[in-house]
Design a binder for this molecule. Structure first.
Ligand SMILES: [Zn+2]
Ligand SMILES: [Zn+2]
Length: 350
């Protein structure tokens, strides 16, 4: 490049193009061009935005950046492009200044455009399905021979709702609960998507135990394909966590239930065991926390303790479940029928 005078500023220096130095060339050319008004469809129910025919859970900033990138004509000579905007809310949309920054032959430049973004209120794909009562799966929770307790109803409902929120936050926009019903002492969740419905059923089974049965029902044709609605039935066992049960003449405390595994502690010797749910389905249920009573520890030998009922002053001896020396002045017992066991929850769970 010959050293000449720039036709624009008259400076003596390298000429870039068309007789101008690079800084004059940049001043007299523009590198981006775009419309003055653009439309972004927005759902008036869930505030989702639409970009390129697809509804997304992206924030408006991100949707606007993508829309600008897609609708503005930006010179290919501009490298490392960065798009920013500053918007002011107006009645029907947003009044924005768009800044397109990039490098032109190592010189950084920013071009500014005025843009009015019209937010077109409409109903998104997911909300229109939701209002139409759309559901591909019903997740039913029932209990064997009893109704769900109030706590169970609340806990399960909260767990399902939290799961759905987490899955939505991870980008599963199409997932929603159409309706929740309390039916026959159980719960019914109407879920938009059958794949997610099964995932939810399995996670709830992990958390609360029970067995899952699946069934499907043909609900007609759509786009020349048969459409099936799935039902996932989670049947919780008759017993629950912290219940005392007996089975084959042995007595157990249920420490936890997870999936099809029931974790128990045998009351006679405080050993931990794991049962398969189907094997102890028929166990007798004796009760829950209300069976545990505080007693005064009178004395102890290697194999027995003598305790006194603080209300009746009645004393009796109980065999120790294992070789252990009790430090405390009180102990807990659980009385089931005519059997009495020491039940020190804090020690057992260690
Ligand atoms: Zn110049
Ligand atoms: Zn919506």
């Amino acid at each position: 490049m010959a050293n000449m005078f720039c036709v624009e500023c008259g400076k003596d220096g390298p000429i870039f193009r068309e007789g101008s130095c690079i800084s004059c060339y940049i001043k007299t050319h523009s590198f981006s061009k775009g419309p003055e008004i653009i439309d972004i469809p927005m759902c008036s129910h869930c505030s989702a935005y639409k970009y390129k025919n697809l509804w997304t859970s992206d924030l408006l900033n991100e949707v606007l950046r993508k829309t600008i990138k897609n609708t503005f004509n930006i010179s290919k000579e501009l490298k490392k492009i960065d798009i920013n905007s500053e918007c002011k809310e107006e009645k029907n949309g947003m009044d924005c200044k768009v800044f397109i920054t990039g490098f032109f032959d190592d010189v950084k430049l920013t071009e500014e455009h005025n843009l009015f973004v019209r937010l077109k209120k409409t109903v998104c794909d997911v909300c229109s399905k939701r209002f139409g009562g759309y559901h591909e799966a019903i997740f039913q929770i029932r209990t064997d021979k009893r109704k769900l307790s109030k706590d169970e109803l609340e806990n399960i409902r909260l767990s399902v709702e939290t799961l759905v929120e987490n899955m939505q936050a991870k980008g599963n926009r199409g997932l929603f609960i159409t309706d929740v019903g309390e039916e026959h002492g159980g719960l019914d969740f109407y879920i938009s998507d059958k794949g997610s419905g099964l995932v939810i059923a399995k996670k709830i089974q992990d958390q609360f135990g029970g067995t899952i049965k699946q069934s499907s029902k043909n609900i007609g044709m759509k786009d020349s394909k048969q459409v099936y609605r799935m039902t996932y039935l989670l049947r919780l066992p008759a017993f629950k966590k912290e219940d005392f049960i007996s089975y084959n003449n042995s007595f157990f405390y249920i420490s936890s239930i997870s999936g099809s595994k029931v974790h128990v502690i045998e009351l006679l010797n405080w050993t931990k065991q794991i049962f398969d749910l189907k094997d102890i389905q028929k166990a007798n249920i004796h009760g829950n926390k209300e069976l545990v009573k505080d007693m005064i520890l009178v004395s102890q030998s290697e194999s027995e303790v003598q305790i006194m009922n603080p209300k009746t002053y009645e004393t009796f001896d109980i065999r120790k479940p294992k070789n252990i020396s009790f430090e405390s002045k009180t102990v807990q017992i659980v009385k089931i029928k005519d059997r009495i066991f020491l039940f020190m929850k804090n020690i057992i769970n260690k």
